[in-house]
Design a protein around this ligand. Structure first.
Ligand code: ADP
Ligand code: MG
Length: 649
C-alpha cells in the first residue's frame, strides 16, 4: 500500500502567530530545545500515567528516555522520545491548531489589533512551544506513534502555512522530531545545533531538572591499552560512540535553595505551567518534623484566560518520593488559590494512592493548611515590601483571593490584611483596610463602602453626598465578587463595615445625630401626606418613603434596609440562579431640595394634581439611574422626561 499524503493549511491565525513567534517573541533561539524536551517529558509523563491502569500498553522492557541526535553532515537534529505519542488526529490538531475554540476569537482580536503585549500574554497560554522550532529550522518532520496503536503518522512542514501528513510505520510508540537546521548565524543567535557540546550546554541551562534522561550520543577516541591497562599512545585511536546523559535529573525542589538561581526556577515554572513569562513570585518550602515534604510554588505573572469560577484544571503536581503521582492535585490547595502552580513532594504518601483516598488523607489536609498559610504569608510580605509587585498580583488575582472569605473563618484574618480597595480618599491608589481605619474621622464609627458596577457610577452616586459633605472616606467596591465579600466581611478592627446605601445614614457625633434626627422629624411632619401619596403610587416598587439624611444636592435616592440585599447582589444572583428575590427598596427624599418643596406646594394646593404622580415616577426612575440600575418601564420614564422638557423649553 502506498501511503497517501494529505496537505493541510494551518489555520490563518496559526500561520500569522507563527511568524510573530519566529521573528520576535523569543529572545533567544536556543530555547526551541527547551520546548521540545518539555513536550517530550510531558509525553513520557502521560505514558506513565496510562501504564498505571493499562500496563500492557507498552512492552515490559520499555525504556523512558529522551534522545537527541545531531547529524553534522546532514545538518539535522532529531529529538526522540519514548512517550505516549500522537494519533493522526492528534498530530493534525496539536501541531496545526493553537487556540481552543473559546479563546480563538480573543487571539484573533489581538492579532488584528497588532497588540503585541496582549498577544504575548495570550500565546503563553496556548502552547506554541512547538512552533519555536521554526526559528532554527527551515523544515521540520515528525514521526509519531501513539502507545497502544498499530500504525504511525508522518508530519512535515516548512512552516509557511502548510503541512503534509501521511502514514508512517515506526517500531515503537513515541515521537521523533527532526529539524533541518538553518545555516549557523551567530549574529542572529542561531548556533550550531548539530554540535554536541552546544546541545549539552543548552540542556544544562534550560532542562537540567527534567525527570527523564536526556541522552546524546557522543564520540570518544579510544586508544589501545596494554595488559596493565595503560594507554598505548603510539597506536591510532578508534572512535567509539557512547550515550551520555546530559541532564542532572535531580528534581529542582530537592536542591538547596541557595544553589538554584532565579532563572532555573523560572525555567522549571515555564515547563510545568506551560507559561511564556517568568513567574511573579517563587516560594520554596520545606516542612520537617512529623510530616516531611517539600514544595516549590509559583505565583504567575499573568492570569490564565480560564481563571473564572469554573477553572477546568488546577492544582499542584503531587510527588511521592520524587515520583509524580498526580499531575494536578486539587486537594492540596483551596479553590481560591487555584492560580498557584507548582510541585509538592512528600516522603509520606504511598505511591499507589488513589484520588478518593487522597482527599481523606490526613497528610494532604495538613499539607493544604500549611501551604495555604505560607502562601498568604508570602503575599503579606510582598504587600509590605514590594508594593509594585503586589499591586500586579492583586490586579490579576485579587478577585479570586476574595472568594476565600466564603470558605469559612479559618483564613479570614490573614485575608483581611491582603485586601485592597478603591476609595474616595485617592482616585489613583488603592487602600488597605488598615490605612482606611487610620484616616477615619473621630466621630466615625463604621467603615463605609458602596458597591456598584464601576468607579464612575459609585463616585457620582447620590448615596455619597452626606459622606462627601462630612469628608468621610468611602470604599468603592466595583468588583462583582465584592458583593459576596461584604456578606462575610462584616467587621474589621472592631469596626462594622456598612453600606452607604443601606439603613439610615447617621453621621457625626451623638449630639449632631440627635439634632439631625429632630430636624428630619419636624420636616417629615409637614411632608407626611405627600410621602404617603408617593408611597401609594409607587407601592409596587418601594416599601417605604422617608426623608433622607444622606442627600445634599440630589432630590431623591433609593436605599436598602440594614439587612436587605443590594440591587447589585440581586443582579449577581439572578445571573447565577434563576430565582432571586427582588426586594422592595426605600425611597428617600431630600426635604431641602427645590423639587420636593415645589412638589409639596402642588400637592397642598390639589391632592389629585396629576403632576404628583408623574413626579413620583420621575423621582423613582431618577434614583434607579443614579445607582446604575435598570428602569422597570423605560418608555414611561422617557415619556415623562420629554413632557418635562417641553414644559421647560
Ligand atoms: P504545550 O506543550 O504548551 O501544550 P506545544 O506547542 O509545545 O504546546 O505542544 C502542542 C501539543 O502537541 C502538546 O500539548 C501535545 O499534545 C502535542 N505534542 C507536542 N510534542 C509532543 C510529543 N513529543 N509527544 C506527544 N505529544 C506532543
Ligand atoms: Mg510544550
Amino acid at each position: 500500500m502506498t501511503p497517501t499524503t494529505e496537505t493541510f493549511e494551518f489555520q490563518a491565525e496559526t500561520a500569522r502567530l507563527l511568524s510573530i513567534v519566529i521573528n520576535s517573541l523569543y529572545t533567544t533561539k536556543d530555547i526551541f530545545l527547551r520546548e521540545l524536551i518539555s513536550n517530550a517529558s510531558d509525553a513520557l509523563d502521560r505514558l506513565r500515567f496510562e501504564r498505571v491502569t493499562n500496563p500492557e500498553i507498552v512492552p515490559d522492557d520499555h525504556v523512558n528516555e529522551i534522545r537527541i541526535e545531531p547529524n553534522a553532515k546532514a545538518r539535522t537534529l532529531t529529538i526522540h522520545d519514548t512517550g505516549i505519542g500522537m494519533t493522526r488526529e492528534e498530530v493534525i490538531l496539536n501541531l496545526g491548531t493553537i487556540a481552543q475554540s473559546g479563546t480563538r476569537e480573543l487571539l484573533q482580536k489581538a492579532v488584528d489589533n497588532g497588540d503585541r503585549e496582549v498577544l504575548s500574554s495570550l500565546i503563553g497560554q496556548f502552547g506554541v512551544g512547538f512552533y519555536s522550532v521554526f526559528m532554527v529550522a527551515d523544515k521540520v518532520s515528525v514521526i509519531t506513534r501513539k502507545a497502544g496503536e498499530e500504525g504511525g503518522t508522518f508530519w512535515e512542514s516548512v512552516g509557511e502555512g502548510r503541512f503534509d501528513v501521511s502514514v508512517a510505520k515506526p517500531k515503537r510508540c513515541g515521537t521523533s522530531i527532526t529539524l533541518h537546521l538553518k545555516p549557523v548565524d551567530e549574529e542572529a543567535g542561531v548556533h550550531d545545533y548539530a554540535d554536541c557540546h552546544i546541545l549539552e550546554r543548552i540542556v544544562k541551562r534550560y532542562s537540567d531538572f527534567i525527570n527523564y534522561p536526556v541522552v546524546c550520543p557522543v564520540e570518544r577516541e579510544e586508544y589501545e591499552r596494554d595488559d596493565d591497562g595503560n594507554i598505548k599512545p603510539d597506536t591510532k585511536p578508534t572512535t567509539v560512540i557512547e550515550d551520555r546523559t546530559l541532564n542532572a535529573m535531580k528534581p529542582i525542589w530537592t536542591r538547596p535553595q541557595s544553589e538554584v538561581n532565579d532563572e532555573e526556577y523560572a525555567d522549571f515554572y515555564r515547563h510545568i505551567a506551560h507559561d511564556w513569562t517568568a513567574p511573579l513570585k517563587t516560594v520554596v518550602l520545606r516542612a520537617e518534623g512529623r510530616i516531611e515534604y517539600r514544595a516549590l510554588l509559583f505565583i504567575p505573572s499573568n492570569p490564565p484566560l480560564d481563571l473564572g469560577m469554573g477553572t477546568p484544571t488546577w492544582g499542584l503536581q503531587l510527588y511521592a518520593k520524587s515520583v509524580m503521582i498526580t499531575e494536578s492535585c486539587e486537594d492540596v490547595l483551596p479553590p481560591w488559590l487555584r492560580f498557584v502552580r507548582g510541585v509538592v513532594d512528600s516522603a509520606e504518601l504511598p505511591l499507589n494512592i488513589s484520588r478518593e483516598t487522597l482527599q481523606q488523607d490526613r497528610h494532604i489536609t495538613h499539607i493544604r493548611r500549611f501551604l495555604t498559610s505560607r502562601i498568604l504569608k508570602t503575599l503579606d510580605k510582598m504587600k509590605a515590601g514590594e508594593a509594585e509587585e503586589y499591586l500586579k498580583f492583586w490586579t490579576s488575582f485579587g478577585p479570586v483571593l476574595k472568594e476565600g472569605f466564603t470558605g469559612g473563618p479559618e483564613y479570614s484574618e490573614q485575608l483581611q490584611s491582603l485586601l485592597l480597595f478603591k476609595s474616595s480618599a485617592d482616585p489613583e491608589t488603592l487602600t488597605s483596610l488598615t490605612e482606611y481605619v487610620s484616616r477615619m474621622k473621630p466621630s466615625q464609627d463604621a467603615i463605609y463602602y458602596l458597591t456598584g458596577d464601576s468607579r464612575a457610577v459609585i463616585e457620582n452616586s447620590p448615596h455619597l453626598e452626606a459622606f462627601k459633605a462630612r469628608k468621610y472616606e468611602v470604599l468603592y467596591l466595583d468588583d462583582p465578587v465584592d458583593e459576596l465579600l461584604v456578606q462575610f466581611l462584616t467587621v474589621y478592627d472592631e469596626k462594622p463595615l456598612k453600606s452607604a446605601a443601606k439603613g439610615a445614614a447617621e453621621l457625626g457625633d451623638a449630639e449632631e445625630r440627635e439634632e439631625a434626627r429632630k430636624g428630619l422629624e419636624e420636616k417629615a411632619e409637614g411632608l407626611k401626606d405627600l410621602m404617603e401619596a408617593i408611597k401609594k403610587h409607587l407601592d409596587e416598587h418601594v416599601k417605604e418613603v422617608r426623608l433622607s439624611s444622606r442627600l445634599t444636592t440630589s432630590p431623591a435616592c433609593l436605599v436598602g434596609g440594614e439587612y436587605d440585599m443590594s440591587p447589585q447582589l440581586e443582579r449577581l444572583l439572578r445571573h447565577t440562579r434563576q430565582q432571586a428575590p427582588r426586594s422592595k427598596r426605600i425611597l428617600e427624599l431630600n426635604g431641602e431640595h427645590e423639587v420636593i418643596t415645589k412638589l409639596a406646594a402642588h400637592f397642598d394646593a390639589d391632592h389629585d394634581d396629576p403632576a404628583v404622580a408623574d413626579a413620583a415616577d420621575l423621582l423613582f426612575g431618577y434614583s434607579l439611574l443614579a445607582e446604575g440600575s435598570e428602569l422597570p418601564n423605560p418608555a414611561r420614564f422617557t415619556g415623562l422626561l420629554a413632557k418635562l422638557m417641553v414644559g421647560g423649553l
